[in-house]
Design a protein around this ligand. Structure first.
Ligand SMILES: Cc1cc2nc3c(=O)[nH]c(=O)nc-3n(C[C@H](O)[C@H](O)[C@H](O)COP(=O)(O)OP(=O)(O)OC[C@H]3O[C@@H](n4cnc5c(N)ncnc54)[C@H](O)[C@@H]3O)c2cc1C
Ligand SMILES: *[C@@H]1O[C@H](CO)[C@@H](O)[C@H](O)[C@H]1NC(C)=O
Ligand SMILES: *[C@@H]1O[C@H](CO)[C@@H](O)[C@H](O)[C@H]1NC(C)=O
Ligand SMILES: *[C@@H]1O[C@H](CO)[C@@H](O)[C@H](O)[C@H]1NC(C)=O
Length: 561
């Protein structure tokens, strides 16, 4: 590869994969915090927004309070509801991309296929393939995967026959809006977050006959979507800090749910009480004939929370039917169940969710190992602080292994990761070092802590996309703690955990910094000792300070009047 010429500016170039929430937020942080301009985003699709670009199914909305599910630097006082619908979310991210002038930095319709660390030049060599088949190579010292966890649609094997199906079929993440569902026999497969949102809406059309096929019952939280009045929006816009405090309150409330109900083993007293409440809710809202099959046989908290946005109620409709007999196969005309019944269909909608947690491109690191090989060695996706991988210098994964929480905003998590990343790359962009990578020892000890915390947790009690080996293996999705704990863990890099390349200048700078800190510390200590011995001096200084403070106050108040 030495014959390839690496452009000069590669040394400060940041390559971002994906223009979803993570990619856009990274670019915004580079601009805001570092005034850094040398970055490129490659995006598979033709717009920003990731999840909120791809998913356009009826009723698609955030299931976390949107005031918390927004970027901390750009709160929006005008959200119309507590759980905003997809078009508004997509618009929000497009507006941000305009505001921070990011469109010039995004290359759309381009898929990153691989990245390889080149030790000689200390940059990643990144291969990009555009939709029309053209390949290009790009170099950058810093690589950020903002490829998300929930964007590869899951097609379970028993549904492989769907390709033969003669009617219309599509996945909820690629909704085909030209398919008219009126007077059609429609199969909805799956009952996760997406299906629970769109089924009640398509069921409103009485001529659409719906059969929902599903396997595992889910816990539903009571329906709850507030709208914000113009007055409330006015308050958020005009009264300082109300919006910020409201957001903190929403986060606090979810954290309380985590602390009291979700945390702990599968069989805690509070969890059982909570499940009783949810069962009562189910019985009051779903048709009686389905009460038994709809009651989950695993503890609440084990799978991601689902809000009931009218799902239970829609099961009362004469045009909706549940079928949990199990699917044998799909053929040209319909679905064959394990009971031997054939159900003829016109349309099949797959609400089967996503393949989580797999990095969708190949990365080769400093010792020739690939990320996927590393994951395999570790029994599933594994990372240092959920963000960096040993053997992969300057490589960051947003929403990486063990960063998900079942109870809140992914945007919060990704912002914490991004702020952490900014601190790690600052010395690189200031030309004080060329690379940082966590050591194996540091990563192993962090992950030993993570897995020990997860050992007896509720997430072992069911299969879910939080776990490797088709939902049955090591828990690779969940962070074992509160959002606050995640923020606290990543607030400052532990520099001793890193291997540094070409970092003599950085080490010297840090040594000087340490000396300065020590001198200042010793000075403060000396002053303290001196002050204790000479209390009259302290009195004098304090007296002076209060005098100055009162002077300042009187000056300020003179402006106010
Ligand atoms: C229906 C649905 C509802 C959700 N609701 C919530 C919610 O209410 N609250 C919450 O916290 N989370 C929710 N999530 C999770 C959601 O995915 C995250 O909140 C968030 O969108 C993650 O952002 P991201 O940028 O990391 O990933 P994404 O939004 O998935 O963006 C990744 C981007 O990377 C691009 N990409 C992927 N591979 C490549 C490649 N090789 N080369 C170039 N580009 C690539 C994709 O095209 C995409 O644009 C929901 C997910 C879904 C599917
Ligand atoms: C969407 O459905 C229409 C109507 O059946 C069909 O003509 C079209 O090819 C479909 N689009 C995609 C992308 O499958
Ligand atoms: C699909 O399967 C059903 C039930 O086995 C059968 O009656 C039907 O003929 C099959 N269709 C085709 C085209 O094979
Ligand atoms: C106290 O404040 C005055 C000005 O208000 C200043 O001249 C004097 O030096 C100060 N003394 C100390 C000990 O800081």
């Amino acid at each position: 590869m030495s014959f390839e010429k690496v452009p000069r500016d590669a040394a400060t170039r940041v390559i971002i994969v994906g223009a979803g929430i993570g990619g856009i937020s990274t670019a915004i942080a580079l601009r805001r915090q570092l005034k850094h301009d040398n970055f490129t985003i490659y995006e598979l699709g033709n717009e920003v927004g990731g999840t909120w670009r791809a998913n356009t199914y009826p009723g698609c909305a955030s299931d976390v309070h949107t005031h918390w599910y927004s970027l901390s630097t750009d709160l929006n006082p005008n959200w119309p509801q507590s759980h905003v619908f997809q078009p508004d979310l997509k618009q929000y991210w497009q507006d941000l991309a305009h505001k921070y002038r990011l469109y010039d930095h995004i290359v759309f319709n381009s898929k990153v296929v691989s990245a390889e660390w080149v030790p000689k030049t200390q940059v990643y060599r990144v291969e990009v393939e555009s939709v029309d088949g053209k390949r290009l190579v790009e170099y950058g010292r810093i690589l950020v995967a903002g490829t998300g966890i929930l964007n590869t649609p899951n097609y379970p094997t028993e549904l492989s026959g769907v390709k033969k199906f003669k009617g219309d079929w599509f996945h909820s993440a690629n909704w085909n809006h030209s398919v008219d569902l009126r007077s059609k026999r429609v199969a909805v497969i799956g009952n996760g977050c997406s299906a629970a949102q769109f089924l009640p809406i398509i069921a409103e059309e009485p001529t659409t006959q719906i059969v929902q096929f599903w396997r595992t019952p889910m816990w539903f939280l009571p329906k709850w979507r507030d709208t914000y009045s113009p007055l409330m929006q006015w308050v958020f816009t005009n009264i300082p800090l109300t919006l910020r405090w409201y957001r903190n309150f929403l986060m606090f409330r979810q954290e309380m749910l985590y602390m009291t109900v979700i945390r702990g083993g599968p069989n805690t007293w509070l969890r059982n009480r909570f499940m009783k409440g949810l069962t009562k809710y189910l019985k009051e809202n779903a048709p009686e004939k389905y009460h038994d099959v709809l009651t989950p046989n695993y503890p609440f908290g084990c799978k991601r929370l689902i809000l009931d946005t009218g799902y239970y109620e829609s099961l009362h409709r004469p045009n909706v039917e549940l079928n949990n007999d199990g699917i044998v196969e799909v053929n040209e005309t319909g679905i064959l169940t394990k009971k031997g019944e054939t159900i003829p269909l016109d349309v099949i909608i797959l609400g089967t969710g996503f393949l989580a947690n797999d990095l969708p491109f190949h990365v080769r690191g400093s010792d020739g190992r690939s990320v996927h090989e590393y994951y395999k060695q570790q029994g599933g996706p594994t990372a240092y602080y959920g963000t960096m991988t040993p053997g992969f210098p300057n490589f960051f994964i947003l929403s990486g292994p063990n960063t998900a929480t079942g109870h809140g905003s992914v945007i919060f998590t990704e912002e914490v990761q991004i702020n952490y990343m900014i601190k790690v790359i600052k010395p690189i962009l200031s030309d004080l070092a060329t690379a940082f990578e966590p050591t194996d020892a540091a990563s192993d000890s962090y992950n030993a802590w993570v897995q020990s915390k997860l050992g007896k947790s509720v997430w072992n009690a069911c299969t879910s996309w939080y776990r490797a080996e088709e939902g049955k293996g090591k828990i690779t999705g969940i962070f074992p703690g509160t959002f606050v704990k995640f923020w606290w863990t990543l607030r400052e890099p532990v520099w001793g955990d890193f291997k540094v390349s070409d970092g003599t200048r950085w080490k010297r700078r840090r040594a000087i910094g340490k000396v300065v800190k020590t001198v200042l510390g010793a000075g403060a200590l000396g002053a303290g000792v001196y002050a204790i011995r000479n209390p009259e001096v302290v009195d004098h200084i304090l007296g002076n300070l209060s005098k100055q403070a009162s002077q300042l106050l009187s000056q300020v108040s003179s402006y106010v009047h």
